[in-house]
Ligand binder design. Structure first.
Ligand SMILES: [Zn+2]
Length: 398
């Protein structure tokens, strides 16, 4: 922490960066910290740490817990926690669901609404009006007492991050949609969610266990298994979004150029083998079959289901080995329906990665699965908005 004297402007910047450092330190900790802990971890004096903490407590960004009995002699320490009254709204529209989720600064889900539906080829205005109504309903409940620090919108496709437009979502069948404008017309006054790619945002839920608190894995390729397959490469806990924000479209990596046509206009893309609908169709099952049913049928020896799973695992192995060879990532994390199918998919996938990744002899790629609540993109959208608070708490304090 820097404590040099300077002009008013420089002191204001110092205050801003010092407050951010203290807030991030409390949020990153595995358990509650005292003011003295904060002083040690930020390398400042107890008096300075206490003053900054007091300012964050007054602004609601930190809460004081029940005082703890001191381990030895001395005054009882007051544990500090991220503010429970600061929240963010995460929204998601996908080809298979609509979701609205409120998270607080501790990363807890305060309230949520998730509606599953087949939205392939749906009308953007009508679908986003539905999502707006879902979010408005959520905010009108007890969760509405949270101070909303921001909102985000997870979209399953290419997003123009400058102009906040959805350029293309192949599985929704949407192109050049002002998703934020259409949605904001149905949200409470002035609320305009920041859009982002669904898989990029969902990957955040693996990189962070709560706002600003690192997860156990910092470098991995995340796969979002939906009707389509989204992807995101995470390095050092940060999503690699690419030069325009369009990186990570693993679902459209070609597995076989002579394969079936894809909604993107190409042929033989990964999601034509391992996407939810493609896999169920290949298994001869209805498109609303739950992953658990697929696993049960495979265990029972259903030959069609086993063949479809083997084809999906092979396609994943070919596509992911290519990505891992290029990006040098130690782990692949399966999300969405791919996580639920990890039991039968993992052994052949690991075998293929072991065979096709050049460096596998020295470090065999790990295949992990995250089975959380549906709509991880909505959670990630809220995490991103709360991350903005951690980066610049003064904007919330004034
Ligand atoms: Zn494609």
């Amino acid at each position: 922490m820097r404590t040099t004297e300077g002009t008013g402007a420089r002191q204001s910047t110092l205050r801003s960066s010092n407050l951010a450092l203290v807030l991030r330190t409390v949020c990153a900790a595995d358990g509650p910290l005292s003011r003295a802990d904060v002083a040690v971890r930020t390398g400042t004096t107890r008096a300075t740490a206490a003053r900054l903490v007091d300012e964050l407590v007054a602004g609601g960004l930190l809460d004081e817990g029940e005082r703890l009995a001191p381990p030895r002699r001395g005054r009882p320490a007051t544990p500090l926690l991220p503010g429970a009254r600061i929240g963010a709204l995460g929204l998601q529209v996908d080809a298979g669901l609509l979701a609205a989720r409120l998270l607080d600064l501790r990363g807890r889900v305060v309230a949520e609404r998730v509606e599953e539906d087949d939205l392939v080829g749906s009308d953007p205005a009508r679908t986003l009006a539905r999502l707006g109504a879902l979010a408005t309903d959520l905010l009108a409940g007890p969760a509405g007492e949270l101070r909303l620090a921001g909102a985000g919108l997870a979209l399953p496709g290419l997003v123009d991050v400058e102009r906040h437009l959805l350029l293309r979502a192949p599985n929704l069948g949407w192109s050049d949609v002002d998703a934020v404008g259409l949605l904001a017309a149905h949200l409470p006054d002035g609320l305009r969610p920041v859009p982002g790619n669904e898989a990029d945002l969902a990957a955040r839920t693996v990189a962070e266990t709560a706002p600003g608190r690192p997860g156990p894995m910092r470098d991995f390729l995340y796969l979002s298994g939906q009707i389509g397959i989204g992807g995101a490469a995470v390095v050092g806990g940060q999503v690699m979004t690419g030069s325009a924000g369009w990186a990570g479209e693993v679902g459209h990596v070609c597995v076989d150029p002579d394969g079936p046509p894809c909604r993107c206009g190409s042929t033989g893309c990964l999601e034509q083998y391992a996407g939810r609908h493609a896999l169920l169709a290949a298994a001869g099952l209805p498109l609303d079959t739950a992953p658990a049913e697929v696993v049960a049928r495979a265990s029972a020896g259903d030959a069609d289901v086993r063949r479809a799973l083997d084809a999906a695992a092979r396609a994943l192995g070919v596509a992911l080995a290519g990505v891992v060879n290029v990006l040098d990532l130690p782990a692949v994390v399966l999300g969405g329906h791919l996580a639920a199918l990890a039991g039968p998919l993992r052994p052949p996938l690991e075998e293929l990665l072991g065979r096709r990744v050049l460096s596998a002899r020295w470090r065999r790629p790990v295949v992990a699965a995250v089975t959380g609540p549906p709509a991880a993109g909505a959670t990630g959208a809220a995490l991103r908005a709360l991350g903005d608070v951690l980066a610049d708490p003064v904007r919330r304090l004034g």
